[in-house]
Design a protein around this ligand. Structure first.
Ligand code: BGC
Length: 509
């Protein structure tokens, strides 16, 4: 990224025009330059965590097992790591809140562990100790002047529900609705933001498609579409439950968070541009189009999966259809779009064999990375490509009529947890600067930004091998001490300044 100064708040500029699925790319204003200016005064700066990744206490005080307890105990993660203790936030939440306060964040995004409050996933049995834990946390967060943004599902499904088929069994829609209603009723008087699901794609493709995440099912042709369908319907039902039963009292907002690595066409050839657009629809549009768009799946998904299914000998499309009633209920069932974004990819059009059938081969494309993109973990998918977040925000704006957006995760990993984490400082600076451009230059309706994550934690199948935290956690010490990294000081000053002032900002590449 080059260095220059500009305080101008130029008029909105349209960056991407969608024509027949092909992107006519218009250069973004100030694409190559650092942009100086302020975020809107009410901009929500936050930081995020996930229950299984930090809480530990996996079998304490009446908590039921989750699919991630099972998966981890089966030795499926790097180094056989588990979340049994993790950051021990079940016992150390007061310290976490003190760290949030020091950062000066406006919101804290954390998740409720479903089996900690409802051990077998149903409301038949309620765990008072679990409720007490989240009551204490919510009250302390609010006491620190921070708004809770509460996630209902960050991947730790009660094992008892998995035993009944998990997201493949359509009765999960009612189970999720019961759980959501229970949380709205119990905590809703103090929660202004609810997120139903974090990254449906990761849950579904990694959990039911290639199986590298819990529950570890490898069924790439049909199950991801079925599980995805049930997850969308679960979100929609919970959204309406909130609106019908709780909104009048609590006036909170309910959304869903989906993720996308920005898809750059590998070349400017129309077929690569079309492939990049297809990739975005198959990943982000899959979940956002039903909720924030037409109420149904993106056309390109419906057409491709139907055609491929037919050619593969299926009697119907592997992508289940929504009924007309469902489409009506889906449409508009979100108060805000949650976006998780970390990195970018290059996409080329690439016809794949019909067999074996798979969600991946339905897309006919190849994914690669630009060797010039930099990251700290060798061989990792996560490279710093700041302009990607601005392109993504513009895409969301043009696809869904400029909806209200909260960025619910953005961050970068390293292999050591070094305290002087200057790469992370640069990453956050440059990514937030692109968010600032999206707001000020492109008029994207982005009202908040959330860093992943408060402290080094259990990083799913990578265990403790990679570190994303703004605080270092010593996992060999039973008391799991937290130490602030340079990035926590940088983030605190960014929040205080609410933007980038040309006289005080040091810009590095
Ligand atoms: C997830 C987090 C995860 C992060 C980094 C996101 O997909 O929501 O739980 O730790 O990425 O991999």
């Amino acid at each position: 990224m080059g260095i220059s100064s500009s305080g101008t708040m130029a008029a909105s500029c349209v960056t991407t025009i969608l024509l027949l699925g092909i992107r006519a790319v218009v250069a973004l204003q100030h694409e190559e330059e650092f942009f100086f200016g302020d975020f809107p005064p009410d901009f929500m700066w936050g930081i995020a965590t996930g229950s299984y990744q930090i809480e530990g206490a996996w079998n304490e005080d009446g908590k039921g097992p989750s699919i991630w307890d099972t998966f981890s105990h089966e030795g499926k993660n790097y180094n056989n790591d588990t979340g049994d203790v993790a950051c021990d936030s079940y016992h150390k939440w007061e310290e976490d809140v003190a760290n949030l306060k020091r950062l000066g964040v406006k919101h804290y995004r954390f998740s409720i562990s479903w089996p900690r409050v409802l051990p077998d996933g149903t409301t038949a049995q309620v765990n008072q100790k679990g409720i007490e834990y989240y009551n204490n946390l919510i009250n302390a967060v609010r006491g620190a002047g921070i708004k809770p943004m509460v996630v209902l599902y960050h991947w730790d499904l009660p094992q008892a529900l998995q035993d009944a088929g998990g997201w493949l069994n359509e009765s999960i829609v009612d189970r999720f609705n019961d759980y959501a209603r229970f949380c709205f009723k119990t905590f809703g008087d103090r929660v202004p933001f609810w997120v139903t699901f974090i990254e449906p794609w990761s849950i579904i493709w990694l959990g039911y498609g290639n199986g590298i995440f819990a529950p570890g099912i490898q069924s790439p042709a049909e199950d991801p579409y079925i599980a995805g369908h049930n997850m969308i319907l679960s979100h929609v039902q919970a959204f309406h439950t909130y609106k019908n039963e709780f909104y009048g009292k609590f006036k909170g907002k309910v959304g869903i968070t989906a993720d996308l690595q920005w898809k750059f066409p590998k070349t400017q050839a129309p077929r690569d541009q079309e492939a990049a657009e297809r990739a975005a629809q198959f990943k982000l549009g899959w979940f956002l189009n039903p909720i924030y768009g037409s109420g149904d799946y993106p056309d390109v998904m419906k057409e491709r999966v139907a055609n491929k299914s037919k050619a593969q000998g299926y009697t119907k499309s592997r992508l289940p259809p929504f009924t007309a009633d469902q489409i009506r209920m889906n449409k508009g069932s979100g108060d805000f779009v949650g976006i998780n974004h970390y990195s970018s990819q290059l996409i080329s059009d690439h016809p794949l064999p019909l067999f074996p059938p798979s969600y991946e081969s339905d897309q006919d494309l190849l994914i690669s990375l630009d060797p010039k993109w930099k990251g700290l973990v060798p061989g990792d998918w996560l490279k710093s490509v700041p302009v990607g977040i601005r392109k993504l925000l513009n895409w969301v704006k043009s696809q869904y009529n400029n909806p209200l957006v909260y960025i619910t995760e953005n961050g970068v990993d390293d292999p050591t947890g070094e305290l002087d984490d200057q790469f992370r400082v640069g990453y956050i600076r440059n990514y937030t600067n692109e968010v600032l451009k999206a707001i000020r230059l492109d008029s994207c309706n982005v009202k908040g930004y959330t860093v992943w994550t408060l402290m080094d934690d259990f990083e799913w199948s990578s265990g403790y091998r990679i570190k994303f935290g703004l605080h270092y956690v010593n996992f060999s010490d039973p008391s799991r001490p937290r130490t602030p990294k340079a990035s926590s000081k940088f983030y605190a000053s960014l929040i205080r300044n609410n933007g980038y002032d040309s006289t005080t900002t040091t810009v590095v590449g």
